[in-house]
Design a protein around this ligand. Structure first.
Ligand code: BJW
Length: 232
C-alpha cells in the first residue's frame, strides 16, 4: 500500500468542540442552511451570513486539534507512502495538528473572497458586509467558503488522487453532501478498497468495504498505529 486518500468531515472536529451539521443539535438545527450557506442567502442578507461565519471563525480560534487530527498528521509524517487529506471542513485544525498535504474542498474560514472581482486574501477575525475588497475596493466581500450550488475546490486533483489510491478512508462525514458523498463510489469503481471511520456507519450497509465505529479521537489513532505498523 503506497497511496492513501483520507476524506474528513465535521465529525473529525466534533471532539474539538466544533459543531457538526446534521447530528441532533447540529448547526442545521439552529440555522437555516438556505439563509447562511447559499449564494442567494448571501445576496439577501450578507450581514447574517457574516455573523454566522464570524462566530464559527471565533470558535475555530478557540478550538485545538484533537487526537484524531494529530494522528492523521502523524500518519502523513511517518507512513512511507503518500497520504492526502481531503477535508470538507473549513477549520484549520488539520494544519494546526501539523498536516501539510490538505485540500480544503469547501474553502476555509481563514480566507476572504471578493464576490465582485474574485480577489482572495487572508480573512480578518471579523468580516463585515461594508468592508471593501483590497483589490477592487468594491464592498462585496465574503468568506472563501463553498456554498450549495457552487463548485467545490480542487476537484481535478481529488479525482486524480482517488483514481490512483490504494486505500480511500472517510472519517466523520455523513455522506449526504455531493460531490464528496460520491468519492466512495468513485474509489470503488476504480477498484480502490474503502474504509469508513465514524461514530456509526453512515448510509446504506455495504457502502464501504469496511467500517470502524467509534469516536474519531479513539478510532483514528488506533487505526493510524496499525497502518504505521503495516497491519491496517
Ligand atoms: C463523528 C463524531 C465523532 C460526529 N467521531 N464521527 C440532489 C442530489 C445530489 C446532489 C444535489 C442534489 N441537490 C443539490 C445537490 C448538490 C449539493 C448537495 O449535495 N446537496 C445535498 C444536500 C443533496 N451539493 C452542492 O451544491 C455542492 N456543489 C456542487 O455539487 O457543485 C456542482 C455544481 C455546481 C453548480 C452547478 C451544477 C453543479 C457544494 C456543497 C457545499 C457544502 N457546503 C457546506 C456548508 C459550507 C461550509 C461550512 O459552512 O462549513 O459544507 S454544507 C455542510 O455539509 C458543510 C460540510 O462540509 C458538508 C458535509 O457535512 P459533514 O462534514 O458530512 O457533516 P455532517 O454533520 O453531515 O456529518 C457529521 C458526521 O460525523 C456524522 O456521520 C456523525 O455520525 C459523525 N460524527 N461526531 C466520529 N466524535
Amino acid at each position: 500500500m503506497n497511496r492513501i486518500v483520507i476524506l474528513t468531515g465535521a465529525g473529525v472536529s466534533a471532539e474539538s468542540g466544533l459543531g457538526t451539521f446534521r447530528d441532533t443539535g447540529g448547526l442545521w438545527s439552529h440555522y437555516d442552511l438556505q439563509q447562511v450557506a447559499t449564494p442567494q442567502g448571501f445576496v439577501r442578507n450578507p450581514g447574517l451570513v457574516h455573523e454566522f461565519y464570524n462566530a464559527r471563525r471565533a470558535n475555530m480560534l478557540e478550538a485545538a486539534p484533537n487526537a484524531a487530527h494529530l494522528a492523521l498528521a502523524r500518519l502523513q509524517a511517518e507512513f512511507a507512502g503518500e497520504v492526502l487529506i481531503v477535508t470538507q471542513n473549513i477549520d484549520d485544525l488539520h494544519e494546526r495538528a501539523g498536516s501539510r498535504a490538505v485540500l480544503h474542498m469547501h474553502g476555509q474560514l481563514t480566507g476572504a473572497l471578493c464576490a465582485a472581482c474574485d480577489h482572495r486574501w487572508p480573512a480578518p477575525r471579523e468580516m463585515a458586509p461594508d468592508a471593501p475588497c483590497p483589490g477592487c475596493q468594491v464592498p462585496n466581500t465574503r468568506p472563501d467558503i463553498v456554498w450549495f450550488g457552487e463548485m467545490p475546490y480542487h476537484m481535478d486533483q481529488i479525482a486524480a488522487a482517488l483514481a490512483r489510491a490504494d486505500l480511500f478512508v472517510a472519517v466523520g462525514t455523513s455522506g449526504e453532501v455531493y460531490p464528496a458523498a460520491g468519492f466512495v463510489d468513485e474509489a470503488r469503481a476504480a477498484g480502490v478498497p474503502t474504509l469508513e471511520i465514524n461514530l456509526e456507519p453512515s448510509g446504506r450497509p455495504g457502502r464501504f468495504d469496511r467500517v470502524i465505529a467509534g469516536p474519531a479521537t479513539q478510532a483514528v489513532p488506533a487505526w493510524v498505529s496499525r497502518v504505521i505498523a503495516q497491519a491496517p
